[in-house]
Structures are given as C-alpha cells and as structure tokens.
Ligand binder design. Structure first.
Ligand code: WT7
Length: 653
C-alpha cells in the first residue's frame, strides 16, 4: 500500500454499530471474549468439545514444551471427514444440502450431506484400494468441482495428507510440489471451464511426470472438460474406480495431531514453503471462526465463499469450516464475468445466498463496472459480508455494504494467513462497531501484539510489526521437511526463551480504541489480487530464461489488484540487440506465466542496462518500486552508483 492510502485509512471516521435486530439473533456473544480472557486454554478446550466429535476425548489442551512445535488436544482422537459428514447425517440432517454446485457453463449439481457422505466413502474406498493410507501424500490438481471437495475429504478420511495445487499453477510448479512432499497419487481432471473455454489440466500433469522419475504411482482423472487427453499406464478414470467402489466406509479415528494437509505458499526465498496443518486444532478454529465470524445459522443460511479450493481460504472456508458446521453452501467453478458481468449476483439471487465472502480485488473490479449490474439482481437475501486477502479500502467497503449489502449488512474484514490456518483478526457481526478499512480485533482466544523493531510494544498511533504472542489451535505445525526454516522464518525475530512469538510478516497500526489496521507485507512478498507471490521466485524464473542476465522484481501499487508484479531485467549482451525491448517483454511475461503460473505474469517487464545496488551488491527494490509507481525516486545515497536511478527513470519516462 502507498503511504497516501495509509493516511486516508487512518483518518477514516465512519462508524457502523450493529443493529439491535442483528445482535438479538447473533451466534457470537460478548461472553466469548470474557471467557477467553479469563482462561484462554479452557476457552479453546471448550470450543474443541463443542465444535467437534471426538472418538477419544482429549485431556490435554496445549503442549508447548518444545516451542515452536505445538501440540493441541494431543491425546484426543477424531476423524476429520466424519466431523464434516457422517455426524450430520446421524443427527438427522442427511437431507440438508451441503453443496449447490454451479458449473461455469450453467450445469449444476446438488449434493446433500447424505449424498456427499456416500461419495466421499466411495472415493475413500477407491483410494485405499490404490494403496493410500495414513500419512501418504496425495496431490490434488482440480478445478472447483464437487470432486475437489470429495477428494480432499476422502484423503482426510483415510488419515492421509493432501496437497492441493491451484489449477492455475504450471507443470513445473506442480512437479516441485509433488517432489517436495513425495506424493504417491495425483488427482486431476481432463480440464475445467474458465472464461467460456475448457482449460486443460491433464496435459500439465503429463508434462510434470514426463520423465517417469517421480514418486507418483497413479493419476486419477475426473472427466469434466471432455477435452481429449493422452493416456498413460499410470492413469485411471475417477468415474471407473470411484463409481464402482462401495459407499460404505467406516471412518477410523486418528490422533489430533495427525497431519491433514500441506499447502504451499510463497516466502521470501525462491522456494515455496509447504505449510503443514494437522487435524483437531485446525478443525476447531476453522469451524469456530466460520460459525461466529459469519454468524452462521446452519439450518437457514446459504453461504458462499468465492475462493478456489487451491488456496487456504478454500481449505478453511469452503471445505473444512462450513462442512464441519453442517452449512449449506454454493460452490462455483468459473470466473465472475462469464458469460456476463452479473454472473455472481445472478448466483446469489438464484440460491438466496445469505452470507457472502470474497476479496477486495473482486469488489473493486465490480465497483469499476458500476452498480447498475448488481442492481439488476435481487440481493435482498444477503445479511453478512466478508472480505479477505488484503486490506479493504474504505471506498470499496462502503460500496460493498451499500450495493451488495443493501446499506445494512455487517462487513467482516478477516485477517489471517495460510500459516494461521483460520481467521485471527476480525469484527464479530452483531457485537463489534465496524470501522471501514480496519480488520479490528483479535478473535476471542487469540493474542496479537504490534511491536517495534526492538521488540517492545508500540503505542497508538505508531506502526509496527504484527506478531501472534500465544500459540493458537490452527497454527501451522511446521514447514514440510524443513523444521529449521520453520523456526527461522516465523519464530526467530521476536522470540525469547521465555516467550515465543510468531512473526507474521505484516506491518500494522493500532488506534486509540485498540483496533488493528493492516498495512501490508514488510518482506519481499507481494500481494496480487489477494494472492501471495514472492519477488525472489519470479526473479529466479526470469533469470532462468537464456536471454536474461539479471532481474529485479517489485510489487507496485495497482488500483485493481492491490499490487502488480513489475520486473526490471538486464539482457545478456549477445541478446540485447537481437530484439526490441517490447519483444523481450512479451517473451518474458509469457515465460514467467509458464514457469510459475498465470497469476505470476508481470504486468510490465522493463529492459534496463543497470540495476540499483548497494555497495555490498544488494538490489534496492525500494527505489525500483518508486519508479514502478511513478513516484519521485527516494534516497539514493547508499547506492554504489548514484547515477543509475536517473538512467532508469529517464528511460521509462
Ligand atoms: C497475507 C496472507 C488468508 C487468506 C488469504 C491470503 C494479507 C490477508 C488480510 C486482511 C489485510 C490481509 C496479509 C497476510 N492479508 N487478509 N483482511 N487485511 N491483509 O492468504 O496467501 O497466506 O496471504 O495476506 O499480508 O500476511 P495468504
């Protein structure tokens, strides 16, 4: 975020107290804060018992004897899929709709809890027959179709570990994730629908496994796009092996700390981190927050979170949180503007969506198109709105509330991360007086502090670095295969032997009321449309191209996407004259998209002859960011060659 937008955020004076009507029926109550304050661990133990079915009840809440490695509810056992499925059927809610799925071309599928339980049981039997058991890793590379949810739950049911790879990632990114986790099985589809066309997925899996040298034994393929696919010996059709499997599968109980999934996210180095989440603590916090932050009344609400299952939001607030709560939800395969720009609003009208959770970047893009489009649909069912992924600017907040929320729906701006597993900071609807632009307060049971560089707490209205000061149930348990990187990345900055503190990588302010305002990342991580990208990872992709000698990448403020990827490259001398800068830029943008995925494609690639470096050789990205954002270039005194920024700025004018 630019310093201008921070200033305007902090001068935001509008306040929206909850309406008495809403408060009267709200799930959350102020007592939650009091209980959590009185005894944090007892509070979480109560939530774990209240939210979940335990095959063996736990007696121990938190084991923090070996920080930063936490164990929650460690002597309890449960089955995550049983908690999301069977128990709702046994409680008499088998006929409740779990998923209203809408394909992009307009085809639909409805699955009740009873049907979803049978589908997951069949899939679990099929996977077990392929040799998948407790602890095995399964990569999932699917569009947003019911089979994505079924596959995740089937893996969880067996006590195995899924690693969902977003369908927009490249073959290369998929392979590195398969290798890192030594996955035995890949579940994919022939293709899925996006922007009115079938985008093939299976060819990327074929390319990823082309050398026949990976740990993958089988590829299970869902038929969705009906595009032609090449067939290999290791391939199996989902509809053949799953449909013929038995719909009876007894869910075995596993320890609360049994790994549930790995999800890769970008860090400050070139290599994505495999964030590890486990079962009991994760499901406790995901389901508790889903219920209280969104005011979920499962018997009457229709919930819709627009995230792809390939991101953490899709894991916690499409799959695990809502299903553990027995919610009815909408699942949509495609893009918001296909076949027309009102598609999302049409879906809300069609299913009577009451709770809607999306990202600021989407809200801003609808704002740009004008309110006439949503005004053409009946959105009167909406009663709670959520935002996630980046700070929501007050203008977008007000538009969201007025146009989508009929001027009255509470908006919850939820701050959290892949690593935190579940929501950490958010207003509670019906309780909190809302402030547009602020994520506001830690949820009950979560301890957040804003610290200065020296580790002492800063006073409002100063800014500082956001830390989580006490372990929490859905916290990451590690980075897959790399305990040292886990300790270094998150716990080395502010921990003392007496107090371990998790460093989130975000800057934040607290105001005089104690409300938290997020100010963006303080590390080499960009936030593009609510997705996390690493500058270093994109730089490595650029220098892997034969024409590139050196590259520097920055996140530049972008009205639409929050930040946008802007790259500066020096070409190898033998190539420098062989093509125009425009040709080189086109080529390199496409190269990054194929190396990492389309989300990483730079908005701009500038060909330059020098990069600004300190005397010790470190690239000064801050100065490049000034150029990319069209600002006056800041302090250049630490540069080895002070003329270089003038040359770059002149060139790009
Ligand atoms: C980073 C985490 C959590 C799901 C989506 C992204 C930023 C996330 C907010 C918010 C301000 C936010 C932070 C965070 N972020 N939500 N409500 N306000 N910033 O998950 O890819 O793990 O990224 O997203 O910078 O560190 P992620």
């Amino acid at each position: 975020m630019t310093s201008n937008s921070i200033d305007s955020l902090l001068h935001e004076e509008r306040r929206f107290p909850p309406s008495p009507d809403f408060t009267e029926g709200s799930v959350a109550s102020p007592a939650l804060y009091e209980q959590a304050k009185a005894d944090r661990l007892a509070f979480w133990a109560d939530r774990a018992r209240e939210q979940l079915h335990w095959h063996t009840p736990f007696t121990q809440t938190l084991d923090w004897s070996n920080p930063p490695f936490a164990k929650w509810f460690a002597d309890g056992t449960l089955n995550v899929a049983y908690n999301c499925l069977d128990r709702h059927v046994l409680a008499g809610n088998g006929d409740r709709v779990a998923i209203h799925w809408e394909g992009e071309p307009g085809d639909t599928r409805t699955l009740t809890y009873a049907e979803l339980t049978s589908e997951v049981s069949k899939a679990a039997n099929a996977l077990a027959a392929l040799g998948i058991g407790q602890g095995d890793r399964v990569a999932i590379y699917l569009p947003v179709i019911p089979e994505a949810v079924i596959a995740m739950l089937a893996v969880a049911r067996l006590g195995a570990v899924h690693s969902v790879v977003f369908g927009g990632f490249s073959a290369e990114s998929l392979r590195s994730r398969i290798d890192d986790a030594s996955a035995k099985l890949v579940i994919t589809a022939d293709g899925g629908w996006r922007k009115g066309k079938v985008f093939p997925l299976k060819p990327a899996v074929d390319a990823a496994l082309a050398d026949n040298a990976s740990t993958v034994e089988h590829v299970l393929v869902v038929r969705r796009g009906e595009n032609d696919v090449q067939w290999n010996e290791r391939d199996l059709w989902w509809h053949e092996v799953v449909s013929s499997a038995s719909a009876e599968h007894e869910a075995e109980a596993f320890e609360a700390e049994n790994p549930l999934f790995i999800l890769y996210t970008s860090g400050t180095t070139g290599k994505p981190k495999g964030i590890l989440h486990t079962s009991g603590g994760y499901l406790t916090q995901a389901s508790f927050t889903h219920k209280n932050v969104f005011d979920l009344h499962p018997e009457k609400d229709v919930y819709w979170c627009t995230a792809d299952v390939g991101w953490i939001t899709g894991h916690s607030y499409v799959v695990y949180g809502p299903l553990a709560n027995g919610a009815t939800q909408v699942l949509y395969e495609g893009t918001p503007d296909t076949p027309h720009p009102g598609r999302w609003w049409e879906i809300i009208e069609k299913y009577g969506v009451t709770i809607f959770y999306t990202a600021p970047t989407a809200i801003r893009s609808f704002m740009k198109l004008g309110r006439e489009i949503p005004d053409g649909f009946d959105l009167s069912s909406i009663r709670v709105l959520g935002s996630v992924g980046e700070p929501i600017n007050p203008e977008a907040w007000i538009w969201y509330r007025d146009v989508i929320g009929a001027g009255k729906a509470p908006i919850v701006d939820t701050w959290w991360q892949t690593e935190t597993g579940a929501i950490m900071i958010s207003a509670l609807p019906g309780i909190t007086t809302l402030k547009p632009g602020s994520a506001q307060v830690p949820i009950p049971g979560i301890k957040i502090d804003i610290l200065g560089e020296d580790g002492t707490r800063v006073d409002p209205p100063q800014g500082g670095l956001l830390v989580v000061s006490e372990p929490w149930p859905s916290m990451l348990r590690g980075i897959w295969g790399d305990p040292e990187r886990f300790a270094d990345t998150y716990w080395s900055r502010f921990s003392t032997p007496e107090a371990y503190k998790y460093f989130a990588g975000d800057g934040a302010h607290v105001d005089a009321d104690g409300d938290i305002w997020l100010l963006g990342r303080v590390d080499d991580v960009m936030n593009v449309s609510g997705h996390r990208l690493s500058t270093t990872e994109i730089e490595s992709a650029l220098v892997s191209h034969p024409i590139v000698a050196e590259a520097a990448v920055v996140g530049a403020a972008d009205e639409q996407t929050g930040q946008a990827v802007v790259a500066f490259v020096i070409l190898r001398s033998e190539h420098a004259d062989a093509q125009t800068p425009d040709e080189a830029s086109t080529l390199l943008r496409a190269h990054v998209a194929s190396a990492i995925g389309a989300i990483a494609r730079p908005r701009q690639v500038f060909v330059v002859t020098e990069l600004p470096k300190t005397r010790s050789g470190k690239i000064m990205r801050r100065l490049l960011q000034d150029v990319a954002e069209g600002r006056e270039v800041g302090d250049t005194t630490t540069l080895a060659d002070t003329a270089v920024m003038q040359i770059i700025s002149d060139k790009l004018k």
